[in-house]
Design a protein around this ligand. Sequence first.
Ligand code: AMP
Ligand code: GLY
Length: 421
Amino acid sequence: MNVLLIGSGGREHALAWKLAKSPLLTSLFSAPGNPGIAEVAACVPLDASDHAAVIAFCRDQNVSFVVVGPEGPLVGGLTDALDTAGIKHFGPSKAAAQLEGSKGYTKDLCREFGIPTAAYGRFADAVSAKAYLAAQRFPIVVKADGLASGKGVVIAGSRTEAEDAIDACFAGAFGAAGAEVVVEEFLEGEEASFFALCDGTHVLAMASAQDHKRVGEGDTGPNTGGMGAYSPAPVMTDEMTRRTMDEIVWPTVKAMAARGTPFKGVLFAGLMITAEGPKLIEYNVRFGDPETQVLMMRLKSDLLAAMLATADGVLDAFDLRWSDEAALTVVYAADGYPGTPLKGTEIRGLDAARAVDGVQVFHAGTKAVDGRIVADGGRVLAVTATGRTVADAQALAYQALDLIEWPGGFCRRDIGWRALC
Ligand code: AMP
Ligand code: GLY
């Protein structure tokens, strides 16, 4: 079958790399793709927000399955348009994508269905949000309700800081995403990412990962989209996985079905493993970036078959095999990230890096110019390796990364440290 993959990041390169191995695949297209994806797919300059153009392309190229990578087109209703056109797809409906599109929506769902999460208040104006602070303890967390590329969250150490964050949100610091604000209890514990395929009725647990959101070593400095990740997450023991499925993922899938908005796609639960057990920090309705890079290195089964089983509602008759090995990815970012990244600097040595056995170099923000690869984004490469342990995977990933010659980039040198101490 012909498949179209929407997206252009490191996550999509990892998905494309895995989809390209499927015996079910005839041709893979990617819109817009990137120079790494171009090695396994035909990249086409389609705008995912132009639903009619995507549908016309699918009809023209005989594409019978569309995989949507990022959250933007999901929240924008691309899969609803594909449904209407009778084109099968991987990714939830616009209504179900509210699990990521609105933090308040998810918090209300948790409250209604008894899903463990931080205590919270949801506000449409600064006065009531600030009034709520009076009875709270600090630190406290202030979040823009909508999509803010992981940047709409402030952990406020004092009431003044929280008030400033509330004011900034309503003053438009995160655009339309900040029209509503969620103020929630600060949870203590270790974070983990957990992924499960959901077909509307059934759930199939995938795997766990941990990412490093802060730009600086020792998990310090501003938040980013993720500077590196590893899988599995040691904190996700069998018992924590079982509790996450029973207390968080299953109740959510049942609630969404009961509301008439069944969730179909991959549910990415951002968790805090607290002294009382797993609590939901947030949901994403798509794969994580860079978590996907490590997940795909460990997945032994056919990804396309799994995605089709998700779309067809037959996950109860499906299974996935995972490598026992660990995987670790280091993000190589452009100088200036997460502020304004420097674009256009040349990257060399990519062939040497990926020639290392057990290593894949996924492109996240690159551009090909006259046969050269240059930086074209914040997170530019994800150098990914497998190994018997997280420590082995880490050593191999840095060994490969050091073969890349890129004076315009930087990386964290401590990815995986929590799993090693
Ligand atoms: P989010 O975009 O909701 O995942 O939040 C970004 C990051 O902020 C998370 O990965 C956590 O590190 C932190 N965070 C968010 N909510 C909380 C919370 N209630 N308690 C502690 N940390 C939080
Ligand atoms: N790495 C976090 C995310 O994809 O949202």
